[in-house]
Design a protein around this ligand. Structure first.
Ligand SMILES: NC(=O)c1ccc[n+]([C@@H]2O[C@H](COP(=O)([O-])OP(=O)(O)OC[C@H]3O[C@@H](n4cnc5c(N)ncnc54)[C@H](OP(=O)(O)O)[C@@H]3O)[C@@H](O)[C@H]2O)c1
Length: 300
């Protein structure tokens, strides 16, 4: 039997690992298919509903559906891909052994949630792809090029997880222990908070009778242009808009236009606008005095 800590020579032997999944949801399916596609041996899966386990297993040659304990017994490396809230309970309910490893894929959950497996001699870690997993087929397509945050105290497991990242054509990121709350909050700004920003913009479009579809047709290319500008020039220098040009009167017009939409929307706009002022200053688009004028306008 292969073991993670001592027998396998990482990363050359990563292809010989027997990999299992606990939880056949959006991420579980996409990751299992991607690993299999990359030539890794995904051999076992368990999920709450057998139909979902079968959906994960059926496209993968040699992958079988089995009980949670049977997955643990059959595999060298087990991915717990259940919702965050049950990762600990799922791990606690199983018997682990020395030489195998268990990792979860949560961004916010500390690896210590797998302490029960560690106490039984298994290695524990984290493997968090920084990507949105909706439709598993689309998610599997979008995985190459993404960053995957890996965490493991045991050097052999760390080496193995890095080898998997490489096999998936992803980029590795290492996270110090205890930083997951901050790290996951940071990810939120560039994932679900983008939805929050679009919501505000679409609501303004809807005030003159435009549909969400019409608004998105216009707004999405604009957002993509901003992303390209950030990619080429950075956060501050890649920032477009009136504040970056020192255009105080446009911001004044925005505030008047948004006021009838209610205090919550106005406050949110002002808060966002206030964050852009030091960015514009940092990029050299406005001087100290202009920055002060913006700040006073937003406080008024
Ligand atoms: N979705 C994303 O965008 C994303 C991105 C990065 C990281 N993650 C992380 O990936 C993990 C999974 O998220 P997800 O979005 O894939 O969730 P999901 O789509 O809700 O899938 C979770 C799966 O876990 C199974 N499950 C639930 N309770 C279980 C239990 N007690 N025992 C065994 N299986 C159980 C469910 O089973 P059945 O379907 O069989 O009922 C479901 O298939 C989470 O840690 C999440 O933070 C998700």
């Amino acid at each position: 039997m292969s073991t993670l800590g001592s027998v396998l020579a990482w990363p050359e032997d990563v292809a010989t690992l027997r990999i299992g999944f606990m939880g056949a949801g959006r991420l579980g399916q996409a990751l299992a298919w991607s690993l299999a596609q990359a030539g890794l041996r995904v051999v076992a899966v368990s999920s709450r509903q057998e139909a979902h386990a079968r959906a994960l297993a059926s496209p993968i040659k040699g992958c079988a559906c089995m009980s949670p304990q049977a997955v643990v017994d059959a595999c060298d490396l087990v991915f717990v891909t259940t919702p965050d809230s049950v990762i600990g309970a799922v791990c606690d309910g199983l018997t682990w052994r020395a030489g195998q490893a268990v990792v979860h894929c949560s961004g916010a959950t500390e690896v210590g949630v797998l302490a029960h497996a560690l106490a039984q001699g298994a290695s524990i870690g984290g493997f968090h792809p920084m990507q949105t997993f909706g439709d598993p087929h689309a998610a599997a397509q979008s995985l190459p090029g993404c960053t995957i945050t890996v965490e493991a105290e045991q050097p052999e497991l760390m080496q193995g997880l890095l080898a998997l990242v490489q096999r998936l054509h992803c980029l590795p990121n290492r996270l110090p222990v205890g930083m997951r709350g901050r790290y996951h909050a940071a990810a939120g700004y560039t994932s679900q908070f983008i939805n929050a920003l679009f919501d505000q913009a679409v609501r303004l479009w809807q005030t003159w009778g435009a549909t969400e579809e019409e608004a998105l047709r216009a707004l999405l290319p604009l957002a993509q242009g901003t992303l390209s500008a950030i990619q080429s020039a950075g956060v501050a220098r890649g920032m477009p808009g009136p504040v970056s040009r020192g255009d105080l009167s446009s911001i004044d017009k925005h505030l008047s236009a948004i006021t009838p939409m209610g205090p919550q929307m106005l406050d949110f706009y002002k808060t966002l606008c206030a964050v852009t002022v030091p960015l514009a200053h940092q990029a050299g688009g406005i001087d100290e005095a202009q920055a002060q004028q913006f700040t006073e306008l937003l406080k008024a």
